[in-house]
Ligand binder design. Structure first.
Ligand code: FAD
Length: 391
C-alpha cells in the first residue's frame, strides 16, 4: 500500500490517482527490497545489474509512456514520480530507464512513422530488446545541433553510415542504437534505428568513470554501416526534431535529479539520527539540522518545478525552455544537496556503505548529460532575450 514520502514535504504525490499511487508503491517496494541492497557493489565493480530489466518491464516502468503499451492511463507527473523513485534508490537504474524509455523509445515515438512505432515500441517496452541513443560524438557534445560529423549517404534503398559516437549509455549491450547523422547531401540531421549486429558497427565500454559507474557508456565506431530506408526515422528531418525528444528527456532528468537529491538526503537523515557525538545524536545539533533543512528546501523547490513542467506537458504547453530551466535548476540544487548530505555523514560520507557517497558521485554525470547547465541556461537565455548566444 502507498505511503506518502516524508521528503515530499508539501505532498505533491497527493495529486496522483489511486492506480498511480499503487503502482508507485509496488515499484518502491521492489527497489527497496531488490535494488538498494546490491547497488553499491555493482557500482564498485562498474557493472550494470542486468537482473533489474525484467522486473522493470513487469512493473510497467518501460511501457507507461506509450499509448500502445501502457497498462493504465497515466500522467506525465506520474511518470516523473517514477523517475524520482528510481533515482531515489539509484541514479544508475534511473539513467538506464531514461535511455531505454526516454531517449531510445522516445525517439521512435516522437520521430517514427506509425509502422515504426508498431514494430519497435512493444519490443522496447517489454524489455525484449534494449535501446541506446547515439547523438554525442568525440568532437561534438554541446554543439551537436551543428557539429555532428557522422554522415549518412543514400545508396539506392539503403543508407550508409560512417562516423563515431561517444558516451552512449546502454550501448555495450543494446540491441538497437538510434544513430543521429547528417545527410551527406543537404547536411540536415536524421535519425536511424541501427541494429547493433549490423556489420561495421562496434561499441567499446568507457572505463574508469567516477560517476554513474553502473551505467555502461560506450564509444561507437560506424564503418560503412548499411541500414534500409525503413530504419530511417521517418519524421526526423532536422535537429529541431531531435530537440523534441530532448525536451521530454530533459524534464525526466530534472525529476531524476530530485530523486538523487532525496536519496542522499534520506541517507543523511538516517545517519544523523543514529550517530552520536557530544553525547547525543548529531541530528540534535543545530548546525546539522541546518544542513538537513537546506537540503529539504532544495528538494521541495525542485519538486514544485518538475511537477509544474510535467503538468505543462500533459496540457500540451511545455516548450524547450521550460524543460531546460527545470534541468538546469534541479541539477544545480542536486549538486548542493548531495554535497550537504555527504557532509552530514562526516568521514562515512565518502565510503559507499552509507549510500551518500554514491549519490554524491553520480550527481556529477546528471549535471552534465542531456545538455550541461550552461547549454540549458542558454536555451532559457534565448527564450527570455530573443537572442541565441550559442549559434
Ligand atoms: P563539451 O560540449 O565539450 O563542453 C565542455 C564544457 O564547455 C561544458 O561545461 C559546457 O557547458 C561548456 N560549453 C560548451 N559550449 C559552451 C557555450 N557555447 N557556452 C558556454 N559553455 C559552453 N550522449 C548521447 O548521445 N547519448 C547518451 O546516452 C549519453 N549518455 C551520457 C552519459 C554520461 C554519464 C555522460 C557523462 C554523458 C552522456 N552523453 C550521452 C553525452 C552528454 O550529453 C555530453 O557529455 C554533454 O552534452 C556535454 O558534451 P561534452 O561532454 O562533449 O562537453
Amino acid at each position: 500500500t502507498f505511503e506518502p514520502l516524508a521528503s515530499d514535504f508539501y505532498a505533491y504525490e497527493n495529486q496522483l490517482t489511486d492506480v498511480e499511487k499503487e503502482s508507485i508503491a509496488e515499484l518502491r517496494a521492489w527497489l527497496e527490497a531488490d535494488v538498494a541492497p546490491v547497488v553499491n557493489d555493482y557500482w564498485e565493480r562498474a557493472e550494470f545489474p542486468m537482473q533489474v530489466i525484467e522486473p522493470l518491464a513487469r512493473l510497467g516502468v518501460l511501457s507507461h509512456g506509450w499509448e500502445e503499451t501502457r497498462r493504465f492511463e497515466n500522467s506525465a507527473v506520474f511518470r516523473g514520480f517514477v523517475a524520482l523513485e528510481l533515482a531515489r534508490v539509484d541514479a544508475g537504474v534511473a539513467t538506464f530507464v531514461g535511455v531505454q524509455n526516454g531517449l531510445a523509445t522516445g525517439s521512435i515515438a516522437v520521430c517514427g512513422s506509425a509502422e515504426q512505432r508498431a514494430e519497435w515500441i512493444p519490443k522496447l517496452a517489454s524489455g525484449e530488446i534494449i535501446g541506446a541513443f547515439g547523438l554525442t560524438e568525440p568532437l561534438s557534445g554541446s554543439d551537436s545541433a551543428q557539429g555532428l560529423r557522422t554522415i549518412a549517404t543514400r545508396d539506392g534503398d539503403d543508407w550508409i553510415l560512417n562516423g563515431e559516437k561517444r558516451w552512449i549509455g546502454n550501448a555495450t549491450f543494446s540491441d538497437i542504437t538510434i544513430i543521429w547523422a547528417k545527410d551527406a547531401d543537404d547536411g540536415q540531421v536524421m535519425g536511424f534505428i541501427v541494429p547493433t549486429s549490423t556489420p561495421g558497427y562496434s561499441a567499446t565500454k568507457i572505463e574508469r568513470k567516477i560517476s554513474l559507474r553502473t551505467v555502461q557508456n560506450a564509444d561507437i565506431t560506424l564503418t560503412d554501416v548499411r541500414v534500409p530506408e525503413s530504419h530511417r526515422l521517418q519524421n526526423a528531418n532536422s535537429f529541431k526534431d531531435t530537440a523534441k525528444v530532448l525536451r521530454l528527456t530533459r524534464a525526466e532528468v530534472a525529476w531524476a535529479a530530485v530523486g538523487t537529491s532525496i536519496g542522499a538526503y534520506e541517507a543523511a537523515v538516517r545517519y544523523a539520527t543514529d550517530r552520536v557525538q557530544f553525547g547525543k545524536p548529531i541530528a540534535s545539533h543545530q548546525l546539522v539540522q541546518d544542513l538537513l533543512v537546506k537540503c529539504l528546501g532544495n528538494i521541495t523547490a525542485s519538486i514544485g518545478m518538475v511537477v509544474r513542467v510535467s503538468e505543462m506537458l500533459d496540457r500540451g504547453e511545455q516548450r524547450d525552455e521550460h524543460s531546460a530551466l527545470a534541468k538546469a535548476y534541479a541539477t544545480s540544487r542536486m549538486r548542493e544537496t548531495v554535497a550537504w548530505s555527504r557532509e552530514a555523514l562526516g568521514g562515512n560520507g565518502i565510503v559507499l556503505d552509507f549510500d551518500a557517497a554514491r549519490f554524491f558521485a553520480d550527481a556529477e554525470a546528471l549535471y552534465s548529460y542531456e545538455g550541461t547547465r550552461e547549454m540549458n541556461t542558454l536555451i532559457v537565455g534565448r527564450s527570455v532575450t530573443g537572442k541565441a548566444a550559442f549559434v
